[in-house]
Design a protein around this ligand. Structure first.
Ligand code: DC
Length: 233
């Protein structure tokens, strides 16, 4: 029997553009592995907070870089939730890494080149067998520049903040819309202007502005694109 062609699908874009919803759904329909790279940067940030390497007034980058060897990250599949949860040094930190506090520090931690090198290497390992949907900021540009399908998602900051705000409330986090909007805008700025691997659309990525596009329509378009690329692989 002919071996099934598997591809790599890279989904990049600003925070809260619904990348992960699309990526998860796509991976499940194609029976591919889904990797949320933002969760990895969030887990390193949470580690830095626990060690007090980062707080409101200080960020000891050197201490974090020296301690990178003590960080082990793993996605562990939760069959009840049908979702892979982030484990940091064998502890499930899925809930902690989604807090606004982590969101407030994560862009600064992701600026550190040594952090990026460690995580990019781990991400590339996950794609060795292809059959992967990965979302993040630099997947199509740095992690898998040869990915067979690259998508770049955008939406207005207000729409994205409203989505994030609802998500946080649903999960029981106590937040105000205005602080969520400020966080979204602040992260956009840091993510797209940092020196190492800034967020930018790869030349060959297909752009989706989903400010006014429903999930179903969006998914159908993405799914058809993926099937087309798989048939050509
Ligand atoms: O996707 P997210 O909002 O959970 O990502 C959290 C942060 O991690 C984001 O502000 C920037 C950083 N990040 C990154 O620098 N590179 C990636 N590939 C993924 C996320």
């Amino acid at each position: 029997m002919e071996k099934e062609n598997k591809i790599i699908i890279a989904i990049d874009g600003f925070s809260s553009t619904g990348k992960s919803t699309i990526a998860k759904h796509l991976a499940s329909e194609l029976n591919y592995l889904y990797v949320d790279t933002g969760a990895m940067y969030r887990a390193v940030t949470y580690f830095a907070m626990q060690q007090n390497f980062i707080n409101q007034s200080n960020f000891d980058k050197e201490a974090l870089v020296t301690s990178l060897k003590n960080i082990s990250l793993q996605f562990v599949y939760n069959s009840e939730l049908r979702f892979s949860e982030m484990h940091l040094n064998n502890v499930n930190v899925e809930r902690e890494i989604r807090s606004l506090e982590v969101s407030n520090f994560v862009s600064r931690v992701s600026e550190v080149s040594a952090v990026r090198r460690k995580l990019v290497e781990q991400q590339q390992q996950m794609g060795r067998e292809k059959g992967l949907v990965m979302d993040g900021r630099d997947i199509g540009t740095v992690v898998f520049p040869k990915a067979e399908l690259k998508l770049f998602m955008t939406a207005s900051p207000e729409k994205r903040a409203a989505r994030r705000y609802k998500e946080l409330l649903d999960k029981g986090h106590k937040v105000h819309y205005q602080e969520v909007l400020e966080n979204v805008e602040q992260r956009d700025l840091i993510d797209s202007t940092r020196e190492d691997s800034p967020l930018k659309k790869a030349d060959d990525a297909i752009e989706f502005d989903n400010s006014d596009m429903g999930l179903k329509e969006q998914f159908e378009r993405v799914y058809n694109l993926a099937l087309h690329r798989i048939s050509k692989a």
